[in-house]
Design a protein around this ligand. Structure first.
Ligand code: ADP
Length: 476
């Protein structure tokens, strides 16, 4: 078994195992991964539960040293880790290496945060009394992560969890055990005490609910699909467990008549199709005013058709495969739904290439309206639709007419419209003349409406989730 579970400071095999398949070439088995059952999970939770109190009392220096070690090693090995990532998930090698580097930077950022943990001291409203407000760790955090960012998402949950003194049980997505194992392997040599970090690879639907119901797990941070997230929120509510959810998006990108056409095409090409469109921040609704509409659609269609689709590990490839057969079927199904609804489809076909993988051409669907299913439901693939609108006011109203609210963008040279959009877009993140996807690692990440629930991830705001607050009154 190549990718074992890591529980209580030791590597654990499981009786059942899963093949990790390269989506660019299904004859390539990346490795054999553990498949945990309830017993393995119970051991991991128990290890975390016993290790949490001592780690919660560790000094900032101890935490800094551990996180800095992990971050430095990931950065030093970003090419190799990026290759593993691209091989198991299918994003292109430059994207994989970029994501690995980002994971390293996240650990470095939170290493710094260990030294910047502050509290408040206030005068009481009662004479002679002092009030201290301090933060303390939450305890054992269950982390449930998706396949689309196999190293960055675990990193942006593990790093703050450890920085603020918590113990962790990570349950990564079944499709990407390699990156989760690689992080665990680095952590195993970082000086972190045994049991503080545990990796349990297994079926989400089997061990996920057990993790949520276990009273020793005090909080859950989840990134994944809307239905799973909603179920987790309900279960955490029933168990009075702190929870944070990042789910889907149907992110709008508005293109106004006064946009720089090249900037708009670049932003939409990147936002819609890079990482094979498999980003919760992907631009899936391109809302374009009528004066620029035809020029924009023509230019974007040409750019999309010219994207080189292929094996993620080959030089020059700009879009890798879809992650697996099921996701590919879903993407193609949505393209056919959009065509039946009256959309004009360019691309969006399954491709047979030299290596046998889950390839499709990017799909650009024009002449759609915002009430079509293609514009209401998240596809999670290289599929974007275009909605023609009269003017800025209609564009804003269409952009906000969605149950999601993760990211939104506008391409314009008008300061007035850019400022108005920043203030009025119903989303947690707003981009002006930039793709809706692609964010910094030191500032908050998250959305509104049906996209997110609970406090923000990343940056110093992560403290909200990974700590609780204590208010102490003293009469000296
Ligand atoms: P996707 O596969 O589209 O990313 P999912 O929501 O199915 O979205 O998966 C995200 C993560 O949630 C994965 O780690 C998966 O194993 C896990 N998961 C799936 N079902 C459940 C569940 N019922 N409870 C907890 N976690 C789950």
């Amino acid at each position: 078994m190549d990718f074992k579970n890591y529980i209580g400071g030791a590597w654990h095999e499981t009786t059942e195992a899963v093949n990790n398949i390269n989506p660019s070439d299904i004859s390539d088995i990346v490795g054999v991964a553990a498949k945990a059952g309830a017993g393995d999970l119970d051991q991991a939770i128990s290890a975390a539960h016993h290790a949490a109190p001592a780690w919660g009392k560790s000094t900032p220096q101890q935490r800094f040293d551990v996180l800095d070690f992990i971050g430095s090693e990931i950065l030093a090995r970003k090419e190799e880790l990026g290759r593993l990532l691209s091989r198991e998930e299918g994003k292109t090698l430059p994207e994989g290496i970029g994501e690995a580097a980002r994971a390293g930077q996240i650990f470095k950022f939170f290493a710094g945060e260990t030294l910047r943990q502050t509290g408040d001291r206030l005068a009481s409203v009662r004479p002679g009394v002092d009030v201290d407000v301090t933060r303390f760790p939450v305890g054992v955090i269950g982390l449930i992560t998706p396949w689309n960012f196999p190293i960055a998402i675990p990193a942006w949950k593990i790093a703050p969890a450890l920085a603020y003194g918590n113990a962790v049980v990570l349950k990564p997505a079944e499709l990407v055990p390699g990156c989760a194992w690689a992080i665990a392997e680095i952590i195993s040599r970082s000086g972190l005490p045994a049991g503080v970090f545990n990796l349990v690879m297994g079926r989400g639907s089997e061990i996920g609910p057990k993790m949520i119901e276990d009273p020793r797990v005090t909080a859950i941070s989840f990134t994944g699909s809307v239905p799973t997230g909603r179920g987790i929120a309900a279960a955490c509510g029933a168990n009075l467990k702190k929870v944070q959810l990042e789910m889907g998006g149907k992110n709008p990108m508005v293109v106004l008549d006064d946009a720089d056409l090249d900037v708009a095409v670049d932003a939409c090409l990147n936002g819609a199709f890079f990482s094979t469109g498999q980003r919760c921040t992907a631009s899936s609704r391109l809302i374009v005013t009528e004066g620029i509409h035809d020029k924009f659609v023509g230019a974007l269609a040409e750019a999309a058709a010219n994207l080189k689709v292929g094996n993620a590990l080959e030089a020059g490839v700009q879009m890798g495969p879809v992650v697996d057969e099921k996701q590919l079927a879903q993407d193609l199904e949505y393209v056919s739904i959009a065509a039946k609804e009256g959309g004009k489809v360019l691309g969006g076909e399954r491709l047979s290439l030299a290596s046998d993988g889950f390839y499709m051409s990017p799909a650009l669907i024009s002449e759609t309206t915002n009430n079509m299913r293609i514009n209401r439901e998240e596809v999670f693939g290289p599929v974007a639709s275009v909605i023609r609108v009269r003017d800025y006011d209609e564009a804003l109203s269409v952009a906000n007419d969605t149950e999601f609210g993760l990211s939104s963008g506008i391409c314009t040279q008008s300061l007035k419209h850019a400022s108005h959009f920043k203030a009025n877009a119903q989303a947690g993140m707003v981009m002006v003349n930039l793709p809706t996807a692609g964010v910094d690692y030191h500032v908050p990440f998250g959305g509104t409406k049906g996209s997110s629930f609970g406090s923000r991830e990343q940056g110093a705001y992560a403290a909200e989730f990974y700590t609780s607050v204590k208010t102490a009154y003293t009469l000296p």
